[in-house]
Design a protein around this ligand. Structure first.
Ligand SMILES: *Cc1c(COP(=O)(O)O)cnc(C)c1O
Length: 358
């Protein structure tokens, strides 16, 4: 009865809600540093905007075009509004892209390791996914990625900075890579973490969009803007592909509340900048810690670190019982930890040292 590709899938195991976990563990508070959420919360301007939302609109469908948000994002990224595709989280954009372009037997290229959603949707669409291993320093190997292209290659996912390695490739490298990619292959640059890089202009692929009609840039409000709960992500599309993607998108995929929240979050660039500054400080502080204690790690440009931790599963369990959830299972004996507040980071680092001293 099931589609063959679906019968082989395992359901995504959602994170246990924090209050439930706290009860199970008998802890007053548990901090989640496993999902790359913003430890500094959300702009208070978002809360204000939602308080002003007119509840009497509840029985109407939202604006299916997200016109106000569309214009605001278009101004922000400096593209024509009709080139934007909004999704219920960037997750939905990834699904939409896969649904729109992939057919049985197509090939998809991605980094190894990278964000798991690309492969999930590629598999549902009955395609073959090739993981191109990152280099020893964790950075994407764009030479190998270009070399892996075959006549069957349809999509290439390039997560930049990459989740979970945290490393980023500069725009100049992406430009060289694009020059080698046939125009029949669509390249998707997932910039979910782009706000955290040391110098945005050095890393974002947005300026390359004018030159390439086989390039899309994807972003989300879930990470630096602290809006994960509202589910808003978007893609900047090549003009010729925009109508097709819009026709696959569900008509009311973003609630009015989500649209309003994203608009208010985008308008508060001061909050974004404050978050970014604190994340960069945390990043430096974590790197010093990892270096000082001899851990192998990659140089992150994101809001998390990925490092080799002997007995990672035991360590993660110890941290959990001491109130911190971290991400395991991305590579044997490596952990991914989202940067928390300065206080959380310090406590966590003390726990890590205590674990290894035992
Ligand atoms: C978190 C994440 C997303 C998904 O973001 P949502 O907008 O919350 O769906 C997409 N890509 C990468 C690389 C991520 O880490």
């Amino acid at each position: 009865m099931l589609k063959k590709t679906v019968s082989q899938l395992q359901p995504y195991v959602p994170e246990t809600p924090l209050p439930e976990l706290e009860k199970q563990l008998g802890l007053a508070s548990v901090v989640r540093l496993s999902a790359n959420e913003n430890p500094f919360g959300t702009s208070p301007k978002v809360q204000q905007a939602l308080q002003n939302w007119d509840f009497s609109n509840s029985h109407y469908y939202p604006d299916g075009d997200a016109a106000a948000l569309r214009q605001a994002v278009a101004d922000y990224v400096k593209v024509a509004p009709e080139r934007l595709l909004f999704g219920n989280g960037l997750d939905e954009v990834i699904e939409l892209v896969s649904r729109t372009f992939l057919e049985t037997g197509d090939e998809v290229l991605e980094l190894g390791p990278t964000f798991s959603e690309y492969k999930l949707h590629a598999q549902i669409e009955d395609t073959i996914v090739h993981d191109v291993a990152v280099q020893a320093d964790g950075i994407a190997d764009l030479t190998a990625l270009a070399a892996a292209i075959t006549p069957k290659t349809k999509l290439i996912w390039l997560c930049n900075p990459n989740n979970p390695t945290g490393t980023a490739v500069p725009q100049t490298e992406i430009a060289k890579f694009m020059a080698q990619v046939p125009r029949t292959v669509l390249v998707l640059i997932d910039e979910a973490y782009i706000d955290f890089v040391d110098k945005l202009a050095t890393y974002t692929a947005l300026p390359l969009l004018d030159q390439y009609d086989n390039l899309m840039v994807l972003r989300t409000f879930s990470k630096a803007y602290g809006l994960a709960n509202f589910r808003v992500g978007y893609a900047v599309m090549p003009p010729k592909l925009a109508p097709s993607l819009q026709s696959v998108r569900l008509p009311y995929n973003l609630s009015a509340i989500a649209q309003l929240a994203a608009q208010a979050a985008l308008a508060d660039q001061a909050f974004l900048q404050a978050t970014v500054i604190r994340v960069r400080q945390a990043r430096q502080q974590w790197e010093c810690f990892l270096q000082q204690h001899g851990f192998t790690f990659y140089h992150s440009q994101a809001n998390f670190t990925f490092f080799q931790a002997p007995h990672a599963l035991k360590l993660a369990d110890y941290l959990l019982h001491n109130g911190f959830i971290v991400r395991t299972g991305l590579r044997p004996d490596w952990l991914r930890i989202t940067f928390g507040t300065a206080e959380q980071n310090e406590k966590l680092q003390q726990l890590i040292l205590a674990f290894y001293e035992k």
